[in-house]
Design a protein around this ligand. Structure first.
Ligand SMILES: Cc1cc2nc3c(=O)[nH]c(=O)nc-3n(C[C@H](O)[C@H](O)[C@H](O)COP(=O)(O)OP(=O)(O)OC[C@H]3O[C@@H](n4cnc5c(N)ncnc54)[C@H](O)[C@@H]3O)c2cc1C
Length: 466
């Protein structure tokens, strides 16, 4: 393939030396035994066949690869872990950043420099070792940069805000191979767009983020019988209405699949679960959870004082690759008829939805002024996420249809906004405008035109109108 490209380029008079000789990482073409493992995503539903894969070792490799793609007229895509996909990398030059794992911590300044291939779990371990915490999400297996570019809503969100709001500086390579830095003082327009714009404007090779003094939290999950779901939702509504920002929480309807991977006491059963993470004084956290215990003893109660390094245990999300479909929407409120619709569609009778989670946002996320970064919908405090397994195209189609029916039933209670980190594929492309204010979307399109005029970088949220 590369040889063909080079011959074509030579015929057109373009000098195009082989890329491999110019980079420290690896160029992988279809047919290479490393091709399939290198293009594999965490979400097995994504199965693109890039024309060429570049396993980048460093920023210079990314820049060479981007320039090469321009010369060879290939579109560009980026992947680190493959937890999210918005536009297929089919036929493109896919830059895989997973080897770029630099993590440098400045304990005094409470900041860290993170390379584009680092996962949250790796950053969490190193920052906790010096008594500091990053703003990771529910799964430590997710990539730091991809998560942050989309916003990044995690267990410290209501206290310390979105991960995107804690970025101090980005290093990035534009689609034409130029190295730039974006911060409040340099390329501030790009800095604005990268915080919520989802990697549409360049290939981020590293970023400097703020860290926070959190080492111990009171967190976990309360499991209740699914038959009590209506009452648990009503109590949850009151609980979060009075919750201080130190509490970030969610309520979940969960159908554990009947597979050996699931512990025997949960296998094949449904529950309603209250999850949370309190980052204030531990005794206050215990007091906050007490009314649940006093109301009704949970079937399982693992809310406890825990080192923040173990925060991934609250949601305990799978690490091994899976075929999944996710969708979501911002909700206005959670009145009884919305709760009734969620229960009916998600846990009454067989449902292809594995879990339905409503996360409580707001707090510090909502206190950042709307125009401060590209990220939109800050004023909505409830975020719905639906997820199911999609082992076959038929299962995928059935799940998508089912989720559309759920969203239709909930429509009066949805704000109309979406959080693109929780969407994927075709739906993410169709709903991209609903993630931003009209002004922010127009500004992002303007930035896209300025920094990627040929729209060659295709893996981000914002692209030319399709
Ligand atoms: C199990 C699971 C749990 C999750 N939990 C949360 C959560 O708690 N909170 C939350 O907010 N989100 C969560 N997400 C969503 C997640 O943040 C997004 O899917 C995110 O895009 C994943 O980033 P990644 O780098 O791991 O994945 P990838 O699939 O590698 O990247 C996703 C996209 O990010 C962009 N991107 C990645 N790296 C770069 C780069 N270096 N430069 C430019 N663009 C880049 C590209 O557009 C790419 O297509 C979760 C997802 C899963 C599957």
């Amino acid at each position: 393939m590369e040889r063909e490209l080079i011959q074509t380029a030579h015929a057109a008079g373009i000098p195009l030396p082989p890329l491999q000789a110019r980079i420290q990482g690896r160029v992988i073409l279809p047919g290479d035994p490393a091709y399939d493992p290198s293009r594999q995503s965490w979400n097995l539903s994504a199965d693109p066949r890039p024309a060429m894969i570049v396993m980048a070792q460093n920023t210079a490799d990314v820049a060479e690869a981007a320039r090469y793609a321009g010369q060879a007229h290939l579109e560009l895509a980026v992947q680190s872990t493959g937890h999210g996909f918005y536009r297929s990398a089919e036929g493109s030059l896919l830059i895989v950043t997973s080897r770029m794992k630099t993590i440098r911590i400045d304990r005094e300044a409470r900041t860290a420099w993170i390379g584009a291939g680092a996962k949250w779990g790796e950053v969490l371990a190193k920052t906790q070792a010096v008594g500091l915490a990053p703003l990771l999400g529910s799964s430590p297996d997710v990539g730091v940069v991809g998560y942050t570019l989309g916003g990044g809503l995690g267990w410290l969100g209501r206290k310390y805000g979105l991960a995107a709001d804690s970025v101090l500086r980005f290093e990035l390579v534009t689609a034409n191979g130029q190295l730039l830095y974006a911060s409040a003082d340099e390329h501030s327009d790009l800095f604005w767009g990268l915080r919520g714009g989802g990697g549409s404007l360049g290939i981020v090779t590293g970023m400097e983020i703020r860290l926070y003094p959190v080492t111990t939290v009171y967190g976990g999950t309360l499991f209740y019988p699914v038959q009590a779901a209506g009452e648990v939702f009503a109590r949850y509504r009151d609980w979060i209405a009075a919750a201080p920002d130190e509490l970030t929480s969610s309520i979940v309807l969960m159908n554990f699949p009947p597979i050996p991977l699931v512990p025997e006491n949960l296998r094949g059963q449904s529950f309603v679960m209250v999850r949370g993470c309190w980052c204030g004084p531990i005794e206050q956290g215990r007091t906050l959870v007490q009314p649940w215990r006093a109301w009704r003893a949970p079937l399982i109660d693992d809310f406890k004082e825990m080192p923040f390094s173990q925060v991934g245990a609250i949601s305990d999300e799978p690490v091994d690759p899976l075929p999944v479909f996710t969708t979501g929407a911002w909700m206005r409120a959670l009145p009884d008829d919305a709760v009734e619709a969620l229960i009916r569609h998600c846990v009454q009778g067989p449902s292809p939805v594995l879990f339905a989670e409503v996360r409580h946002a707001g707090g510090a996320i909502a206190r950042v002024p709307s125009g401060a970064a590209a990220f939109g919908n800050r004023d909505a405090a409830l975020l719905l996420l639906l997820l199911g397994l999609t082992p076959t195209p038929e299962a995928h189609a059935a799940l998508v249809g089912h989720c559309q029916r759920i969203m239709a039933a909930l429509r009066p209670h949805l704000t109309g906004g979406v959080y693109l980190n929780f969407l994927e594929g075709e739906e993410a492309r169709q709903r991209v405008k609903d993630a931003y204010t009209p002004e922010a979307y127009a500004r992002l399109m303007q930035l896209k035109g300025a920094y990627d005029p040929h729209h060659r970088l295709r893996s981000g949220f914002v692209h030319r109108e399709e």
